[in-house]
Every structure is written in C-alpha cells, then in structure tokens.
Design a binder for this molecule. Structure first.
Ligand code: ATP
Length: 338
C-alpha cells in the first residue's frame, strides 16, 4: 500500500504552508510534487516524513496511521538537495551506514552494498571518498544509502536541484529506470515542470499550500483543471476573448480570458476561412522548434511555436504578413485567478 494524506494542514505563525491537502499515492508509484517556490511542497514532504507535525489531518503509511509516529518509526528513505554524505566514510561505508545501525549481519550488509553499488551504477567506486566523486555520483550514493534499509517509501526533496543542467537531465532518466527496477513508492519535490513530467507516473500540482490538480503528465497538460495549472505547465498565451485571433473560432463566447498554447496557434501564409491577419514581429530559432512573435492587427501579441518542418514549408521571414487561428484553446472561470 502507499501513502494517504488526509486533510492535512500546517501553519507557521499565521501563514498556511499546507492547507487542507488530501492525496492518495499508490503503492509502487513515482509521484512528483510540483509547484512554484513557497507553494508548500517541501512542507508536505516533511509532514509525510515525520519531520514536521501537522496542525490537523492524518497521514497513513502502508495503511497504518502514522500521523504522530517519529521519523525513526516510519520506514522511510530521505534524500535532500544537499545530502551531506559522511565525508570520512567511503562510498561503501556510507551505503552500509543504515544497516550497521540496525545491526544487520556483516555478510548481509556486504552483499546488499555490492547489489546497491551495481543498481546505482557505481561499481568500482566503492572505496572512494565523497570528495572524490562528482555531484551526480554523490546523489546516487545518497539514493543507494536511503535504499539500503529497504524503505516502504522514498522521499526526495529536489534531489538534483544543485546539479548542472546536463547532469540533472541524465539523472532524471536514471531515476526513472531505477524506479522501474525497485518499485519503491517514491515522492519527489521539484519546481521544474519538465522534470516532473519526464520522471513521474503522476504529478501533484501545488499552489499556495493547496493541491490544484493530480494527474498523469498527459492529463495535466491536456486537461488542466485550473488557469494556474495551464500556465505553470509550459508556456501559454493569455488573451482576452475579444482578441481577433478568436473571431469565428467559437472561443470568443467563453470566459473573458482565453489560454492558448504557442504550439496550438496555426499559422498560414494565405487567408483561409476564419483567420486573423498578423505580422511576424520576431523570429527565434530554438533548434527543434521555431518561435514566432506575431502582432495581430488589433495590437495583441501572440507567441506561436512551429516545428522546423512546418517553418521550412512556410518559409517565413521577419515582418512577413501571415494569417493565424487557434487550434485549441481553453478558458477558465475568473475565480481561478493566477
Ligand atoms: P521551495 O521550492 O522554495 O522550497 P516549497 O514549495 O517547497 O518552496 P515550503 O518550503 O514548503 O515551500 O514552504 C512553504 C512556505 O512555508 C514558505 O513561505 C516558507 O517560508 C514557509 N515555511 C516553511 N518552513 C517554515 C518554518 N519552519 N518556519 C516558518 N515558515 C516556514
């Protein structure tokens, strides 16, 4: 079984860091807590870990009420952004640490450490000290150390946050593969939507201490529940429903604000049906995509992303006249303010 967060709240002074959050995390899944800085992700993770006590609500771990259990009583592995490995211990000794504390038999420890070294792809580096490892390798040791005691739940707080972009990207893919092998219920905190989408089975989008939406990466991208989720998961044009681009498209009748993703802006060279004239005011090559800044005749600026193939087909140049229409757009009632 996994984790149940039942109506949990936590205040610091008068500030509601986590506000009546309910959540079910399935056994064996990999779930991301995603949200901007200060949205309560770390506090929620620390509540699950037992590092913070809630003001109200319950936490169930593998079916048992763990709300008032200490960290030690919960069988949890924890990795932080800056996980201080024991500097005076080798990689092998670091990984063995939890098992030594639990007084596991020496033979079992030895076998388990070798198995974990292989799992985190550090075979051959077992005798090194943390100072002789790269940042990415250190975080892999930290993960191996937390997995050594076979936790029911693994909690990761921005585990790759301190690493450079390339290493971070490699480790994401690695974490996904690792999880596919060990299947331990894992919750990890990130403010990076790409990281959350790439790694997890389900994403919990948090904002101001509340959960805005829980869903698979595809669900939160294709069917965002709120304007906040729509804007947070990838770039989006926020336009009034009166903008010329919506004329004749059916979107103008909805709520006053309409959300249109750059890749959902259809750009044509010639007027066809209900399209709005615009001018290419800026053209940015992003490599695999081309970003256009389009100025409509009503002065509205709309960003459009074209694939390289489509761009080559259109052969666009700056200042060129084009015709645009929305492929897909969403509007939300105004009370979902962002
Ligand atoms: P970040 O990505 O910046 O870590 P977060 O979403 O993880 O943000 P939290 O760390 O959970 O957010 O913090 C939520 C809010 O609660 C923040 O405004 C923070 O300042 C506040 N907060 C967290 N811990 C404490 C504390 N021990 N005492 C007072 N305020 C706190």
């Amino acid at each position: 079984m996994g984790i149940v967060v039942d109506n949990i709240s936590k205040q610091f002074g008068s500030f509601k860091a986590v506000d009546r959050v309910s959540l079910e995390i399935k056994s064996g899944s990999l779930v991301a807590l995603l949200g901007p800085s200060g949205s309560g992700k770390s506090t929620l993770l620390r509540l699950i870990a037992g590092l913070e006590m809630p003001d109200s609500g319950r936490i169930l771990l593998t079916g048992k009420d763990a709300t008032y259990q200490s960290v030690q009583e919960r069988n949890i592995g924890f990795v932080f952004q800056h996980y201080a490995l024991f500097k005076h211990l080798t990689v092998r000794q670091n990984i063995a640490f939890g098992l030594e504390i639990r007084k596991a038999p020496a033979k079992k420890i030895k076998g388990r450490v070798e198995q974990l070294l292989e799992l985190v792809q550090l075979t051959g580096l077992g005798d090194r000290y943390p100072s002789q490892l790269s940042g990415g390798q250190r975080q892999r040791v930290a993960l191996a150390r937390s997995l050594a005691v076979e936790p029911d739940v693994l909690l990761l707080d921005e585990p790759f946050g301190a690493l450079d972009a390339k290493v971070r990207k490699d480790l994401r893919a690695w974490l996904r593969r690792l999880h596919d092998e060990v299947h331990v219920t894992t919750v990890f905190v990130t403010h990076d939507q790409e990281e959350a989408m790439e790694v997890s089975d389900e994403v919990v989008v948090m904002n101001k201490g509340c959960v805005e939406q829980v869903g698979t990466p595809a669900e939160i991208y294709d069917n965002p529940a709120t304007a906040f989720v729509m804007s947070f998961i990838g770039p989006v044009n926020v336009l009034p429903n009166t903008a010329k681009i919506f004329q004749g498209s059916g979107f103008e009748a909805a709520h006053p604000q309409v959300f249109l993703r750059p890749q959902d802006v259809i750009v044509e060279k010639y007027a066809e049906g209900a399209t709005a004239p615009a001018r290419v005011s800026r053209l940015i090559h992003l490599g695999w995509e081309i970003q256009l800044e389009l100025t409509l005749d009503d002065g509205q600026v709309v960003t459009a992303n074209l694939t390289r193939d489509r761009f080559n087909e259109l052969q666009l140049e700056p200042q060129q006249r084009v015709f645009v229409r929305p492929k897909d757009a969403k509007s939300f009632p105004l009370y979902y303010s962002i």
